[in-house]
Design a protein around this ligand. Sequence first.
Ligand SMILES: NC(=O)c1ccc[n+]([C@@H]2O[C@H](COP(=O)([O-])OP(=O)(O)OC[C@H]3O[C@@H](n4cnc5c(N)ncnc54)[C@H](OP(=O)(O)O)[C@@H]3O)[C@@H](O)[C@H]2O)c1
Length: 278
Amino acid sequence: MRRLYPPVTGTAAERELTDREWALDELADAYAYPTVPAGDGYLRANMVSSLDGAAHHGGRSQPLSSPADMRIFGVLRALADVIVVGAQTVRQEGYRPARAREAFADRRAALGQPPAPAIAVVSASLDLDFSRPLFTEPLVPTLVLTGAAAIAEHRERAERARAAGAELLIAGEGRGVEPVEAVRALAARGLTRQLTEGGPRLLGQFAAASTLDELCYSVAPMLTVGDAPRITDGPKVVEPERFAPVSVLEESGFLFTRYRRIRQSPEFAVPVSPQQAD
Ligand SMILES: NC(=O)c1ccc[n+]([C@@H]2O[C@H](COP(=O)([O-])OP(=O)(O)OC[C@H]3O[C@@H](n4cnc5c(N)ncnc54)[C@H](OP(=O)(O)O)[C@@H]3O)[C@@H](O)[C@H]2O)c1
């Protein structure tokens, strides 16, 4: 893994220092969440796509991934309070509870985080298999983010969710979740370090509502052709929103980019990497 951006300066020997396997701790420092004002959430997304923009291949993102991508995926999870994910991704990718990882135990404890992040499934239909370990065996209860009208409409499913141990969190008056409400409702519970893993339809709504603070975007050196969606799917926004690059890492031809929305005040300043003191 090496850092392409910001460019590494210094002697050749110093430059080579970033071209090696990074320890998990170094990656965790590089991707640390910024401190946000009390009560605010910071929403980061982590997505991968092919060179030609496909967000999945054959309905799964795994064919577009790599060992380094999975390593960063795991680090981003380990830094988060909550992982927000669309119901279709849960159904299609067979989501399981997030696990506690020894490598991050001290870091999480120091921040007052439980051993693993909670998973928050976004759904209006509540058509989820509540007998699965995601709902019955998590270290931290799984949340179901939904609209008030959806619970009224699907009472039996809502009951099954509760009976399985899941907690229903309302973020909108209608059937659907309002992206701004979702970020707010999670932050109000102390879940301020938010990570969304998509899928494209959910991410499209977060982006269109200007709720996405940061995008960690992996570019896989592959062409897939086909008709898979981009990493965001949905109606176009009126004004494209600008993001600024924070860092670009590379391993085995995969690029691991990180962009931050241009809007934020200085208190959102994001650290980049421990090797960046050059
Ligand atoms: N490339 C990547 O990094 C990446 C990441 C994640 C997923 N994926 C791929 O993306 C595909 C799935 O993505 P997708 O875009 O089809 O689906 P998705 O965004 O994962 O989920 C869509 C579902 O989420 C729920 N939902 C979305 N917005 C909602 C809202 N505002 N309020 C309430 N519920 C809402 C609805 O669930 P209900 O139907 O239950 O109401 C909707 O059907 C899979 O093939 C997966 O492999 C790729």
